[in-house]
Design a protein around this ligand. Structure first.
Ligand SMILES: [Zn+2]
Length: 437
């Protein structure tokens, strides 16, 4: 018998997990999620109820085909499926890549993705456009398998597009745990942002009454502590540790389904990472999304701890929007977009006064509420150290002066109000950014 690592995910898929606040069962859009030590020999049975009578294209690249694709294709054939094996020569998650994939799979009714980032995103978007169903066999840990969104580039600009969720996601931990260590580190670094995203999102809710959901965090809390304690064990492919990482990644992804937004796992730290991707140009060191988020989450965590541990609240001024400087920095089109984003969350005099008054009256209570969901930066730092992930811009390969720009200006690219905005409006951000390195 192969050991099952599904835990709370099994309960969710079966519709048995009840929200502790409402007592109601929580529904998810994915019909099957399986996390086992191995699923060798089970592939056909897992796919059968989801893709019955479909002619299936098994999509892999040359590496993921060797790691798992060949095995999946032959198991599905044994189950009686008509199979087309499609080994994608030059996988790329651009809209042109998606069009190529649609053409390659034009004779198939449904697709089975075997792989990670590019394969998963491209299959998700291609099947969405073609109104076909898909399932995925991951080859490394990542959040994106359980999200309905696909990250696809158009003319060099990466967009997060609404697509559709898979029918099934099948994690074979014996395969996933053998992925390159860099991918494991990146996945780990991408999930440490739970605390920084939650502090930002909850703060926005408490200050401005914006929507907030606790559900993703209740689910993530099952494993987060133990995952941090076992970060080093991921380096040796430890099954229990991989089980925790994969469950957390899956829940991070499901957070997008629960809340219909990405807020639960994407606030200030993700803005900084997106800023790096958008504006580093030839200074971009080729770092992975998760690696960047690990570094920016540590920065964000330091800022949040610094501000929330103050005895008195910061005093906010009306948000300064220097349009001339923004056009100069971003050009006409992107500049206009950023000005709009910043305007949507900008404080005018009246609003700044209201927030300052609220902070004066409620500082201890607010800092306490946010402190409950905030981790000490050292806790994150230690776990990142143990798994060997980059922790500083220097370790990431980013020049210090560019990182300073990232910290100061990334709040301009999105309308989500985060601790970067508090620090910016309180005239504290420049000094903080100069100390980042
Ligand atoms: Zn992320």
């Amino acid at each position: 018998m192969t050991k099952d690592y599904g835990g709370v995910i099994n309960e969710l898929v079966a519709g048995r997990w009840k929200h502790p606040q409402t007592g109601k069962a929580v529904a998810i859009d994915i019909r099957s999620i399986v996390i086992k030590e191995t699923i060798e020999g089970l592939e056909g049975q897992l796919i059968y109820p989801l893709h019955r009578k479909e002619k299936l294209g098994v999509i892999a690249d040359k590496y993921t085909y060797e790691a798992l694709g060949r095995r999946v294709a032959s198991a599905l054939r044994s189950e009686g499926f008509a199979i087309e094996e499609i080994i994608w020569g030059k996988p790329i998650s651009t809209i042109e890549g998606v069009e190529e994939l649609r053409h390659l799979s034009r004779h198939c009714d449904g697709l089975i993705a075997v792989g990670a980032g590019t394969i998963n995103d491209s299959v998700k978007y291609a099947t969405f456009l073609d109104k076909k169903r898909y399932s995925v066999f991951p080859t490394s840990p990542q959040n994106a398998y359980t999200t309905p969104t696909a990250s696809i580039s158009f003319d060099g600009f990466k967009k997060s597009l609404t697509a559709h969720p898979p029918q099934g996601v099948f994690f074979d931990l014996s395969v996933v745990s053998r992925c390159p260590i860099r991918l494991t580190r990146s996945a780990f670094a991408d999930v440490i942002c739970r605390t920084t995203a939650q502090v930002d999102w909850l703060m926005s809710h408490l200050l401005f009454g914006t929507a907030y959901r606790r559900l993703p965090y209740i689910l993530l809390a099952y494993d987060e502590d133990a995952l941090f304690d076992n970060a080093a064990a991921l380096k040796s492919g430890h099954m229990e540790a991989f089980g925790m990482l994969v469950r957390i990644c899956a829940i991070m992804g499901l957070g997008t389904c629960f809340t219909s937004t990405t807020h639960s796992g994407s606030m200030g730290e993700h803005m900084m990472s997106h800023y790096i991707d958008m504006f580093a140009g030839d200074r971009h060191p080729g770092s992975l999304h998760g690696e960047q988020v690990g570094v920016t989450a540590l920065t964000m965590s330091r800022l949040q701890n610094q501000i929330l541990r103050r005895r008195s609240p910061p005093a906010l001024a009306p948000t300064r929007i220097d349009e001339g400087a923004m056009y100069a920095r971003y050009g006409q089109e992107v500049g206009q977009h950023c000005i709009q984003q910043l305007q949507r969350k900008a404080l005018d005099r009246e609003e700044a006064d209201r927030v300052n008054h609220f902070l004066e009256e409620n500082w201890e209570r607010l800092a306490g509420q946010l402190g409950e969901v905030m981790l000490p930066t050292e806790r994150l730092w230690q776990a990142m150290e143990e798994i060997g992930a980059p922790k500083t811009p220097r370790e990431l390969g980013l020049p210090q002066d560019f990182y300073r720009e990232v910290v100061i200006h990334s709040r301009e690219i999105r309308d989500r109000y985060t601790m970067l905005d508090v620090a910016g409006d309180a005239e504290m951000l420049e000094a903080f950014a100069s100390a980042c390195g």
